[in-house]
Design a protein. Structure first.
Length: 294
């Protein structure tokens, strides 16, 4: 049985850990509120942009074709893995790795490993895929000051690579935010835009009569790149909100577990103390009887 000093030290250690997890939960909750507001504001904009783009492309002339809508036989792939910069968020990051591995083992099983590149957004993904090799760029700075400008750089690299023929497909893997306790791994094709569909719940309008200035082709060619960048930015915002939700949940469970462990340790401490007192009493009684007998 552990000594009283050892049990006291463990109680102090677990109490300190519990205070840290409580503080981390509160910090995650504050950050989650801001991240949730950002993604809630972004979703209607992204949805409306995709609806307009879907209407335009459906009513566009056949000769208006975007470079990003050309489907090719897939020989080279870019997978964009969106994780966090820090851990202590439960299975948040590992689920992304599992999603990427499942995508490669399933959809791209016939391609050699050298034909699949990974763009890691977030330090955890960068560290993980750097060890595996074939990584594109360094985007560990994105979450330090998250904005559209910081994400646009990554989107433009992917778009330029697709347009140049370096990649035949670009796919995103990220956590979609549902609520504090629920994050869902999503795999979405970013390029090529073979057929642009309106989001769920957004109706397409047949034969929309738009007035184009300067021209229909210029408008479509401008909206498509913008839409691609917005899609990636939205995925990063979803991941950011999911990260804080996952960390808040993980720290809440860690705090509860620390509380349960403290109860067990205090019970062990009381039992150990009681046993020590009983032993001392028995020694005193034994010594007294020995003196009396002598």
């Amino acid at each position: 049985m552990a000594s009283l000093k050892e049990v006291r030290n463990r109680i102090q250690s677990v109490s300190s850990t519990q205070q840290i997890t409580k503080a981390m939960k509160m910090v995650a909750a504050a950050k989650l509120r801001r991240a949730q507001d950002n993604i809630i504001r972004m979703r209607p904009y992204a949805q409306r942009l995709n609806t307009i783009l879907a209407n335009l492309t459906r009513n566009a002339d056949d000769d208006i074709v975007s470079d990003f809508g050309v489907a090719r036989e897939v020989h080279k792939v870019l997978v964009i893995a969106v994780t966090s910069d820090r851990g202590l968020a439960g299975a948040f990051n590992s689920n992304v790795f599992k999603g990427v591995n499942a995508l490669i083992a399933g959809r791209y099983a016939n391609l050699p490993a050298t034909s699949i590149s990974v763009m890691a957004i977030g330090k955890k993904a960068h560290d993980y895929y750097t060890r595996k090799g074939n990584i594109v760029g360094n985007y560990t700075h994105v979450f330090a000051k998250l904005s559209f400008e910081t994400v646009r750089e990554a989107a433009e690299v992917a778009m330029d690579g697709f347009r140049a023929g370096t990649y035949d497909e670009v796919v995103m893997v990220f956590n979609e935010f549902r609520n504090v306790a629920t994050q869902i791994i999503r795999t979405e094709q970013l390029l090529p835009l073979v057929q642009i569909e309106a989001p769920a719940g957004a109706a397409l309008t047949a034969n929309v009569d738009y007035l184009f200035e300067p021209s229909k082709e210029d408008i479509v060619q401008t909206l498509i790149p913008q839409s691609i960048k917005i899609q990636l930015y939205k995925a990063v915002l979803e991941s950011n909100a999911s990260e804080h939700g996952a960390r808040m949940t993980a720290m809440d469970k860690a705090t509860d577990n620390a509380g349960e462990l403290l109860k067990e340790l205090k019970l062990t401490y009381n039992r150990t103390r009681q046993a020590a007192i009983t032993t001392e009493i028995l020694e005193i009684v034994g010594g007294a009887e020995a003196l009396a007998a002598g």
